[in-house]
Design a protein around this ligand. Sequence first.
Ligand code: BGC
Length: 754
Amino acid sequence: MKKIYLPALFLILVLTNQIYRVNAQQKSIAQKVDSVLRLMTLEEKIGQLNQYNDDNEATGPVTLDNDKISQIRNGQVGSLLNTKGTDRVRSFQKVAMESHLKIPLIFGQDVIHGYKTTFPIPLAEACSWDLDAITLSARISATEASASGINWTFAPMVDIARDPRWGRVMEGAGEDPYLGSKIAFARVKGFQGNKLGDTNSVMACAKHFAAYGAAIGGRDYNSVDMSDRLLWEVYLPPFKATVDAGVATFMNSFNDINGVPSTANSYLQRDILKGKWGFKGFVVSDWGSIGEMINHGNVKDGYEAAWSAITAGCDMDMESRNYKNNLVQLVKDKKVPITLIDDAVKRILQKKFEMGLFDDPYKFCNAEREQIELNDPEHAKAARLIASKSIVLLKNDPLPGGAGVGLLPLSKNIKTIAFIGPLVKALKQNKGFWDVEIPGLDSNFIVSQWEGIKNKVGTGTKLLYAKGCGIEGDNKDGFAEAIEIAKQADVIILSIGERRDMSGEAKSRSNINIPGVQEELLKVLLATGKPVVVLINAGRPLVFNYTADNAPAIVYTWWLGSEAGNAIADVLFGDYNPSGKLAITFPLSVGQIPIYYSHFNTGRPAYSDDNHNYNSSYNDLSIFPKYDFGYGLSYTTFEYSNLQLSNKKMKANGQIEVSLNVTNTGKFDGEEIVQLYIRDKVGSICRPVNELKDFQKIKINAGETKIIKFNIDKEKLSFYNQKLQWVAEPGEFELNIGASSKDIRLKDNFELVK
Ligand code: BGC
């Protein structure tokens, strides 16, 4: 007996001691915060709630302010954004150290998909479904940014987006709340590392709270009108996942929801975030969003705007200056209780302490570390692999006479390749929107697509180049040269798409076709009879039906970052077997938008495009997307078999174990993303036709079979009922397992019993 109990006792003592120490540490930060707060004047408190842009660079409409330095010295600024590099950060921090209470500034930056090393845009990375890779890219971004003076990133953006007209679709993880939540969690963990306070950790910021991605008509900053059910079931889960991951900060959103601007939404910020979810960090406004409430028509002037935002739980004012200009008066007028101001200040000071900035305000200003981290060759290696994983192979038809084998991968011994298109030699384009411009660093470290392929092929391969046309415009003067080199080649690779800044903030578009004459260029190249591989570079799902229907091979590269060229070459020549699957549905036509896989069935569902007999269809357009959520090809094939459920009936507190076999039936080793969908057949609220509830990305060698196991529990069957209670209702469920939301390979039913 003793043998069993002694170690247990020891463990309890160790744990108790640890808990005690953690509490003591937390308590001491709270005490330190209180002791600083006691020394602060009202003006200094409000200063902590004030964030300014560094005049160096702007990511919104700028307010020039000539006396920023003296305001910092007077303790009227709590944070700066867009300040980069240890020298510049140090110079501002030095001024803060001259202020009365020497409260350090925090330095924020949009480190969205990399700092110096640029990773794929977030939507591309989401298509990897590879949570470890996603965490790693955020980790490396944090390591570089924190070495360059930054201690707070305005990422991850966790807005669900189902409208590719919206330019910011590129910045999130796509359309699905389950996948989106997993990725949101992974990104926060990556940015924040082991703990805040580590020199290589930055505070993450979950944005934009909330429902920014549902802007009406896909127009940026537009209003959102949405039911509570949709908000809770689809748009809030990724935000909740960031809280579960310990996210330090939140940013509210520009849009109004049902007539209330998010900045002034106390239901979101006080009731849900700081109340129900117990979030202990602070909330920053979006750029100028406090002032923009006047345009929304929700408040009369800056005085009302400041009142409205602080009352609703927005702690820090990014760039609108309405806190600075009005909060002192609001407190004096007894409109805003000092306890509200104190709560906001405490939340901000708490984070400054947690990051260790009070101990060492120059903690993130080590020029030597900056040099090392920004030049770590391991970062480029990781960027290359993550970029390869983000690529989605959309089409790979066999060539006539090709014995059923796809055109890709290409052989490294092809005699002549014609590499054509406006993006072949581009450098910076590959970085996509939200790359970070670092003063003193040019774009030399970006591997162009040309460079990548040149590095890959042997000396025996002749590589020919023609631009063919521009991204936009109708000039076809370059077609002749392109046709000329195409005729000399064995294979044509055509790189076309958007400009990198056609998707991003304020980049909404009503026409999402491949711009200019690029598809016409494809047409003339196909007419040569030579095989064409098309690379599509974009920040959003584009519409490209001509290409989709006529090109034998299509590789959706998105924007892959600094290692784009190498990653594309790895995939084209088979050194990496593509494994990405779409995290967002690709429409056939802009007229179908919004289109997403987890829609309701309706009372008059349409099952084909041939029948419009009083059913839910378009008379002039298919109801089916071009490419479904979860779709993506590999150079190998996978066969699913032997689905087994441990039980066909499950009690609310029980579980069903699901197991199946996946066999790699092709010639290449590869990775498959096995997707588990559930349909609740009858619900007190209509349920979607299919909902992703789990997935696994697994490596399976050619010829090998792996057993995949999933667990189904009550959580996977739950939804928000009419009273917004999270419930699983007894009844029949359909289990769908497949290689995409449409390509369901195995099916079964089970029942949740009382
Ligand atoms: C964007 C935010 C961004 C902020 C600071 C705003 O315009 O909506 O996502 O973090 O600018 O650059």
